[in-house]
Design a protein around this ligand. Structure first.
Ligand SMILES: Nc1ncnc2c1ncn2[C@@H]1O[C@H](COP(=O)(O)OP(=O)(O)O)[C@@H](O)[C@H]1O
Ligand SMILES: [Mg+2]
Length: 321
C-alpha cells in the first residue's frame, strides 16, 4: 500500500521564549522523527510517558508547528505552513483525544457539539446535520437518542464512542488515536478495539495508534514505531518487533511490560527517562543501556535497515541478537 502520511527529519521545539533581552531555549520534544504510514493500516507509536508521542501527533495534525523537517500527506509536502493553513490542508487527518471527556463541552448536549463540528466544516442545514449525526451515532454503536444527553450523563466507554462519532462526521482519512484504551476496564477495552476495527473497514480509515500498552499494540497494529526521548529508535512490522525486537530499548520495554497474569518477564527499565533539558550525548539511550560502549556516548545512531521494512537506530543491536 502507498504511504498516506509520512515525516522526515521532523522536529518540534516546545516552550522556547524569544525576547529582546532574554532568550530561553525550548526543548525538542520531537527530534528528527522518520515515519511512513501506509494507507489502510494501523500504525502503532509506543514509548514511555513524556517521550513525545502526543507532540508528534499534534505536529502531524498541524496543531503544533514543526521547527524542522517535512510532513507528507498523500504524496504532497504539507509542512512549513502557518497554523490555520496547516490545519486546513490536513483536514483529512483527525485526532481522538486521550481524555475523551476533554473533547466534549460539558455545557452542551452531545448533539449540539456534533452539529457544531459539522457547521465548522461547512455542512449546514439542520435536517442534514441531524440525519448525519443519527447515522454516525448508530455506526459507533450508540442509540441516537443519546444526542440529547450531556457528557457527564455518559459512561467512559460512551464518551469514547461519541469522540469517535465527532471526528467520523468530518470524513477523515487518517485518524490519530491517542491512548484510546487508557483507563478502560478490560471488557470495555475489548469492545472499543472491536469497534475501531469495524470502523476502519467500514470508513476506509488509516489509524495511527498511540499507546504505552504494548499488549494492545501487539494485538491491533500492523506496524509499530518505538519512540525514545523524541526519536523513533525502531520501526517495523508488529510481528517482527514483538517476536525479535532489535533495539535494546524495545527489548527492555517488552521485558518490563506486565503480562496478563501480572508477572513480568524481566526487570523494569532502570532509572527514569532522562530529561529533554539534558539529552545524553551520542545515542540518547546509552545511560540506561546494558550494551553501551564508549562509542555509544560519542556517536548518535541513525535508523538503518536490519531487514526489509525493519529499521533500528543502534550501534550495537547486532551484538544483542
Ligand atoms: N509547552 C511545553 N513546554 C515545554 N515542554 C513541554 C511542553 N509540553 C510538553 N512538554 C514536554 O515535552 C515532552 C513530550 O510530551 P508529550 O508529547 O506529551 O509526551 P507523551 O505523549 O509521549 O507522554 C514531555 O517531556 C513534556 O514534559
Ligand atoms: Mg501523550
Amino acid at each position: 500500500m502507498p504511504e498516506i502520511l509520512g515525516a522526515s527529519g521532523l522536529s518540534v521545539e516546545l516552550g522556547a521564549r524569544r525576547g529582546l533581552l532574554r532568550h530561553r531555549p525550548g526543548v525538542r520534544a520531537v527530534d528528527g522523527v522518520e515515519l511512513s504510514v501506509r494507507e489502510g493500516e494501523t500504525f502503532g507509536i509506543v514509548g514511555e510517558s513524556g517521550c513525545g508521542k502526543t507532540t508528534l501527533a499534534r505536529a502531524l495534525l498541524g496543531l503544533q508547528r514543526e521547527s524542522g523537517g517535512e510532513i507528507r500527506l498523500e504524496g504532497r509536502s504539507v509542512s512549513g505552513l502557518a497554523p490555520r493553513e496547516a490545519r486546513r490542508v490536513r483536514e483529512a487527518v483527525q485526532y481522538v483525544h486521550q481524555d475523551p471527556g476533554a473533547a466534549l463541552d460539558p455545557w452542551w448536549r452531545v448533539g449540539a457539539t456534533l452539529a457544531e463540528g459539522l457547521s465548522i466544516h461547512g455542512i449546514p442545514g439542520r435536517a442534514e446535520q441531524q440525519a448525519r449525526i443519527a447515522e454516525t451515532l448508530a455506526a459507533v454503536g450508540l442509540d441516537p437518542a443519546l444526542a440529547e444527553r450531556y457528557p457527564h450523563e455518559l459512561s467512559g466507554g460512551q464518551q469514547r464512542r461519541v469522540g469517535l462519532a465527532r471526528i467520523l462526521l468530518l470524513r477523515p482519512k487518517v485518524v490519530i488515536l491517542d491512548e484510546p484504551t487508557a483507563g478502560l476496564d478490560l471488557s470495555v477495552q475489548a469492545a472499543v478495539l472491536r469497534l475501531l476495527r469495524d470502523l476502519r473497514a467500514r470508513f476506509g480509515l488509516t489509524y495511527i495508534f498511540i499507546s504505552h500498552d504494548l499488549s494492545v499494540v501487539r494485538r491491533v497494529c500492523d506496524r509499530v514505531a518505538v519512540m525514545y526521548l523524541g526519536r523513533v529508535v525502531e520501526q517495523g512490522p508488529a510481528e517482527t518487533l514483538f517476536a525479535a525486537p532489535g533495539h535494546p530499548y524495545t527489548r527492555a520495554l517488552l521485558a518490563a511490560a506486565p503480562r496478563l497474569d501480572g508477572t513480568q518477564t524481566g526487570p523494569a527499565l532502570p532509572g527514569d527517562p532522562p530529561s529533554l533539558r539534558a539529552v545524553p550525548s551520542g545515542c540518547r539511550f546509552h545511560p540506561r543501556c546494558g550494551l553501551a560502549t564508549p562509542d555509544c556516548a560519542a556517536r548518535d545512531p541513525a535508523l538503518e535497515d536490519a531487514a526489509p521494512g525493519h529499521r533500528i537506530a543502534c550501534l550495537r543491536w547486532r551484538d544483542a541478537a
